[in-house]
Design a protein around this ligand. Structure first.
Ligand SMILES: Cc1cc2nc3c(=O)[nH]c(=O)nc-3n(C[C@H](O)[C@H](O)[C@H](O)COP(=O)(O)O)c2cc1C
Length: 171
């Protein structure tokens, strides 16, 4: 199996982390992976990222998204619609970036979790409040928690393949 296949197959949602910190270098690699994602218009992607290490802020977020509780670092993905060329495609642009980031975390021996924010209005409002996102062009999309997996959590293969979902030539 290639490294690539191993990363794709072994990525799991890691919801609890050890206290070990994640290096700035690794966070930068994860951010770079996010920005390598396909986007609806090259150069006009809506992505912006807030790296959060401050424990007080993380705890505040954990009141809304409980899986942030043990994470040493989280990254809030903000869709800045003013940057976007295709204004309606932001959820797709953001999703592509988020998945790349989760895969890079696995590549680095880390665990990650996609903590959903959009499109749940109440959650979006609360997260926007914490970060002072104060207009409709700055949309909190999701929060990716990153850390070293706690005991009982690991990136390992789970077979999700289901051939009943595959159609050839005709639906
Ligand atoms: C849009 C989206 C939102 C998600 N939100 C959460 C969340 O808020 N909390 C959580 O624990 N997992 C969340 N997840 C992770 C899924 O629960 C997880 O990917 C799914 O159960 C499959 O498990 P796997 O990631 O290990 O393959 C989210 C995933 C996606 C794609």
């Amino acid at each position: 199996m290639s490294d690539f296949e191993e990363i794709i197959n072994n990525r799991r949602s890691i919801r609890e982390y050890t206290k070990q910190d994640v290096s700035d270098e690794d966070i930068l690699k994860i951010l770079k992976a996010g920005m390598q994602a396909p986007g609806s218009r090259l150069g006009a992607e809506p992505w912006e990222f807030v790296v959060i290490r401050n424990r007080e802020t993380l705890d505040k977020i954990a009141e809304i998204k409980p899986r942030v509780k043990t994470a040493p670092v989280a990254i809030l993905l903000v869709a800045n619609i003013e940057r976007a060329f295709y204004k309606l495609h932001w959820q797709q642009d953001m999703s592509a970036a988020a998945e790349n980031m989760l895969l890079e975390a696995v590549n680095l021996g880390l665990g990650g979790l996609w903590n959903g924010v959009a499109p749940t209005e109440e959650t979006m409002e609360k997260i926007a409040g914490i970060f002072g996102l104060d207009n409709e062009n700055q949309i909190p999309f999701c929060i990716i928690t990153i850390g070293y997996p706690a005991e009982g959590w690991e990136n390992k293969f789970m077979d999700k393949f289901d051939d009943s979902r595959i159609h050839y030539e005709k639906y």
